[in-house]
Design a protein around this ligand. Structure first.
Ligand code: HEM
Length: 127
């Protein structure tokens, strides 16, 4: 049986992979003069971002199962829904970076703030 700590490590590896790939992709769209299809790193970073997102979910739901939160009456608690919403926004972030290179600065500032909020939601469980 996979332990809580192992799921947490998977969660963290996913977070670091996703955030670094997203930040690199944003910086690339901001500075690249050529269409992204011709930049080999674009594809690699999109794959790394997707793999990171997957590991975050795997680790997150794995921890939920170990904490026995999935069986709670009334469904998942609010802080998990908040984290899922932040996860979705960070997931869409890569599409936004591709379509709107002029938003790069904002996206680069927003990315760690959203990640910080997702971490704080788990730490403080405010709702
Ligand atoms: C980009 C999105 C996310 C980030 C940056 C993030 C970040 C974190 C961090 C830093 C922790 C450790 C908090 C602590 O020290 O206890 C944590 C814990 C946790 N996260 Fe996430 N998370 C994200 C998405 C998710 C999602 C989508 C889920 C739901 C499936 C989830 C479920 C959990 C759970 C269950 C814990 C453990 C809480 C506990 O031990 O009490 N996270 N997350």
């Amino acid at each position: 049986m996979i332990s809580y700590v192992t799921y947490k490590i998977i969660h963290y590896v996913g977070i670091f992979t996703m955030i670094s790939a997203l930040a690199a992709f944003i910086a690339m769209t901001a500075s690249s003069g050529t269409p992204l299809v011709r930049v080999p790193w674009a594809k690699r970073l999109v794959i790394a971002h997707g793999a990171g997102l997957f590991l975050i979910l795997l680790g997150g739901f794995g921890m939920l199962a170990r904490l026995d939160i999935t069986h709670q009456l009334g469904g998942l608690p609010g802080w998990i829904w908040a984290k899922l919403a932040l996860w979705t926004v960070l997931g869409v972030g890569i599409t936004l970076a591709k379509r709107r290179p002029e938003w790069s600065g904002t996206l680069l500032v927003l990315t760690p703030i959203l990640a910080f909020l997702a971490g704080t939601a788990a730490l403080t469980k405010p709702f």
